[in-house]
Design a protein around this ligand. Structure first.
Ligand SMILES: C[S@@+](CC[C@H](N)C(=O)[O-])C[C@H]1O[C@@H](n2cnc3c(N)ncnc32)[C@H](O)[C@@H]1O
Length: 290
């Protein structure tokens, strides 16, 4: 989630999140402090679910879908049935469904799936969503031509064995010749504080401060997220989440894919067809089921 907001050219933009300075005239009195913040441990994608789309309003999802099509072209792929793994509130599912694909979304978070279902119902989309954990998913129906997992969702699977299981489950859900496309935040991004973001614009109803801590021995990045939601009578209600991501290496992920049986594995500097660089903050993977 929002370790960056890449544009379609591959450069990184963080709309609305640029300022690290606390602007003049902020109304709430509590000092923002420095991490680690004292907080009750809260699972990720719970309290934030109803606000996820507001937070992601500047994310160039359309550009990402265009990039997916570029990758299909590179592989000569013409998928029809698509699994969006860790689909969140279903924005990518909706875009793909609008283009005529048959899409199924899976996500661990009940709150995110509730939002996805609410949006689909509102817009009369025929979309199927399941609350399931990627590492043991059992999605009903015929095998998929393609599985996508976007926006560093797989970094949230913080136990390598669980991610390996998720890669196996994905393999099992694809038809022979099917593709798996996903992106991750690189270790470079997590080590270099790409999650340190804030939006403290006083006219926004939802403001937030995120501070990350990367722990090299465990390779875990803890992101302490504080949100301030202004009510109609101008009172700020605060809620918090802690998001945890694991810094997977490119070689290690390639090995996990191969271990599950994937072949023709290719990696890219995100949103380009260029090779990964030492400073790539986001890496795309594409792999095929033989
Ligand atoms: C950053 S959000 C991305 C959501 C969506 N792909 C998007 O692009 O907006 C990461 C998502 O991964 C989901 N997730 C984390 N661990 C998961 C798991 N083990 N199985 C399925 N989904 C998971 C979270 O619930 C969350 O919705």
């Amino acid at each position: 989630m929002t370790a960056d907001h890449p544009n379609t050219q591959g450069s990184q933009v963080r709309p609305g999140l640029q300022s690290r300075q606390r602007p003049e005239g902020l109304e709430w009195s509590e000092d923002l402090g420095t991490p680690p913040y004292p907080h009750p441990e809260s699972p990720s994608f719970t309290a934030v679910s109803p606000y996820y789309d507001v937070l992601m309003r500047d994310v160039p999802y359309r550009g990402w879908v265009r990039y997916l099509h570029q990758l299909f072209e590179v592989r000569g792929a013409k998928p029809h049935r698509i699994l969006d793994l860790a689909c969140g509130t279903g924005t990518i599912c909706e875009m793909l469904a609008k283009q005529g694909y048959d899409v199924v979304g899976v996500d661990l978070s009940e709150g995110m799936i509730a939002e996805a279902r609410r949006k689909a119902e509102e817009q009369l989309f025929q979309l199927t969503y399941h609350v399931q954990d990627a590492s043991c998913m059992e999605v009903p129906g015929p095998p998929f031509d393609l599985c996508v997992s976007l926006f560093d969702s797989l970094n949230y699977i913080t136990v390598p064995a669980a991610l390996q299981a998720a890669v196996h489950r994905t393999f099992d859900h694809l038809r022979p010749g099917g593709l798996f496309i996903f992106d991750v935040n690189s270790a470079f991004a997590l080590e270099n504080g790409f999650f340190d973001q804030e939006n403290l614009k006083s006219d926004d109803r939802l403001r937030y401060v995120w501070r990350s801590e990367y722990d090299p021995p465990s390779r875990l990045c803890h992101v302490h997220m504080r949100f301030f939601l202004r009510s109609r009578d101008d009172v700020d209600e605060e809620f918090r989440e802690v998001h945890i991501q694991f810094a997977y290496g490119e070689t290690e992920l390639n090995a996990m894919l191969a271990q599950a049986g994937f072949t023709d594995i290719q990696t890219y500097h995100a949103y380009t067809l260029s090779p990964v660089r030492p400073t790539s903050d986001r890496i795309f993977f594409i792999a095929a089921k033989p």
